[in-house]
Design a protein around this ligand. Structure first.
Ligand SMILES: *Cc1c(COP(=O)(O)O)cnc(C)c1O
Length: 385
């Protein structure tokens, strides 16, 4: 069952400074920088490219551009964010790149993770037009590439990458086209894997497969991009054990990792004020100024995201303040749908209308994956610490 997490004082102070009804994301980009430092100790020598899609807020992207070796982007919009953030290196992936996006990536000197043979042709044309040579890795959908976690992207039918069986053909084409420099393979496999030992095994296997495949196809191997996928336990307290993560990378090869969730999750807190408390058919509901249109992850994944109560003592109304104590409540949003639920059945010691619920670990795949315009409520405030 969901349990309370500590709210850092700096977050509570920022929230207490807001006019009500409170509805805000609080971001602390310093958390991301600290995470990058931890990961560097675990994987010395690996290139760390933050996956911008986890959180594209300019303050987070800016911190990542500073702290990481580069940024991983998957659209023209994210290319623009990476350019604005002054990224030292850009890695551009995604299965549906347009000619305009490819031309933009070429202009920025990005490495492109190519996802199909048609994309090789489009990218070669963009490179030729710019008089440039583009470094590429081929994204491979491997025959089998098991890793625990959610959202498997390889070893199964998906729109991502080139099927391993078609790799010889794709390599031959990449070699024959002008403006392309094939550096290796892109093997992003999974999202939200919490088992660091399994991730180490995946990295070892990815490096072995890359060396074998490069030898077999005559591609001098320079880059193995193992993607992201380091996990975060939202509802419990399991951690991705960094001390179990390791990789032995051969000389002359660069290992690239592209974490999004693990770097960004703890940079964010989503806070929403309790507008009403009510009981229907035996359940207590805390109705929030906010909801899944700001933080869709628990609804999308079907879990209960724990919250912490930030007590607010001020109460300016002449009528009695609704309050519950020692009961389980469902934290629900302001949308007119029964699916607008952030957390079911979390026990509260005391909760009053006007208190604020704070949801930690909402810095990744929070605001960025949510359907902001549904019902046209105002957007949250965004506070950057
Ligand atoms: C989404 C994505 C990532 C980041 O995944 P996380 O699970 O957030 O670490 C990295 N690389 C690619 C290609 C992606 O699509």
């Amino acid at each position: 069952m969901a349990s309370e997490q500590h709210i850092p004082d700096r977050v509570a102070t920022a929230l207490r400074g807001l006019d009500g009804p409170v509805c805000a994301y609080v971001y602390d980009p310093g958390v991301l920088a600290a995470r990058v430092a931890e990961l560097r100790r675990a994987l010395p020598g690996a290139a760390i490219c933050y996956a911008v899609k986890a959180n594209g807020h300019p303050a987070i992207v800016g911190a990542a551009a500073q702290a990481c070796d580069g940024l991983e982007v998957a659209s023209g919009g994210e290319l623009a964010l990476a350019e604005a953030a002054g990224a030292r290196r850009i890695v551009f992936g995604g299965p549906a790149k347009t000619e305009a996006e490819l031309a933009y990536a070429v202009r920025l000197g990005a490495t492109v993770n190519v996802e199909s043979t048609l994309e090789l042709r489009r990218l070669s044309l963009a490179a030729e037009r710019a008089g440039a040579t583009v470094t590429i890795t081929l994204r491979v959908n491997r025959a089998d590439a098991g890793l625990p976690g959610t959202h498997a992207m390889t070893g199964t039918a998906t729109p991502f990458g080139v099927d391993e069986a078609q790799l010889p053909e794709a390599v031959a084409l990449a070699r024959s086209l002008p403006g392309l420099d094939l550096a290796g393979w892109h093997l992003h496999a999974v999202s939200n894997n919490l088992d660091a030992a399994a991730h180490s095994a995946f990295l070892a296997e990815a490096l072995r497969w890359s060396a074998d495949t490069s030898r077999r196809l005559g591609v001098p191997l320079r880059t193995v991009n193992a993607g992201g996928g380091f996990g975060v336990d939202y509802a419990g307290d399991a951690v991705f054990a960094l001390d179990e993560l390791r990789a032995r990378v051969p000389d002359g090869v660069e290992l690239v990792v592209e974490p999004g969730r693990w770097l960004a999750a703890d940079t964010g807190w989503y806070a929403a004020e309790v507008l009403d408390l009510k009981r229907t058919h035996g359940r207590w509901f805390a109705v929030l100024r906010g909801g899944t249109h700001h933080f869709r992850l628990p609804a999308a994944w079907g879990y209960d995201h724990p919250f912490t109560v930030l007590p607010v003592d001020r109460w300016d109304h002449p009528w009695p303040r609704p309050e519950v104590a020692g009961v389980a409540v469902d934290a629900v949003g302001e949308l007119c749908t029964p699916r607008d639920v952030l957390c079911r059945g979390q026990r509260v010691d005391r909760l009053r209308v006007g208190d604020v619920l704070v949801f930690g670990r909402t810095g990744a795949y929070g605001w960025d994956i949510s359907h902001h315009t549904f019902l046209r409520h105002p957007e949250p405030d965004f506070l950057v610490l």
